[in-house]
Design a protein around this ligand. Sequence first.
Ligand code: HEC
Length: 156
Amino acid sequence: MATKRGARAVAREVADLRPLGWSALAAVLALLALSGCSDEGAEPMAPDPDPEPVVVSFAADIQPIFDANCVGCHGAGGSGGLDLRASATPGSLVNVAASGYAGSRVVPGDPHVSVLYLKIEGDASTGARMPFGGAALSPALRTLIHDWIEQGAPDN
Ligand code: HEC
C-alpha cells in the first residue's frame, strides 16, 4: 500500500538525517552558549520580581527639598498663599484647596491630580513651573515628591 511504503520511506529518511540533526543541534547550542543568548545569561538583567518598597520620609526627604528650593518665596504669607516652611507643612499642603487652581495642593495617593506635583512637573494645566523662574527640580527629587504623595503623603 502506498501509505505503508510512504511511512517506511519517511522512517528511512529520518534515520538517514538523524546524525546530521544531532550535530546541527549541537552546533546551535554551542553558538547560543558562545553568544550568551541563553536564558541563564539574561537572568541578572531581569527586574526584581519583589522589590523592597522604599518608604519616603516627609521630614528627611521632602522638607529639605522645600527648604533648599521653595521657602524663599513660600514663607509666611508666601506666593500663592502657600507656606512651605517646616512649621507649616505638610498641613499647608495635604487636602488643602489650591488658591490658584482647581483641586488640592496634595491629594494623598494621587500625585497626578496634586497641584504641587503638577507644578514641579510643569504641567500645562497649572501655570508656571516651580521653582518659579528657576531650574526644574532634578528627576530624582521629583520622583521623591511623587512617591511621597503616592504613599499617602504622610507626616512621617
Ligand atoms: C521665585 C519665587 C518662587 C519659588 C522659588 C517657588 N515658587 Fe511656587 N509660586 C510662586 C508664585 C509667584 C506662585 C503664584 C503663581 C502661580 O501659581 O504660578 C507660586 C505658586 C505655587 C503653587 C500653587 C499654590 C496654590 O495654592 O495655588 C505651588 C504648589 C508652588 N508654588 C510650589 C512651589 C514649590 C514646590 C517650590 C519649590 C520646589 C516653589 N513653588 C518655588 C513663586 C515661587
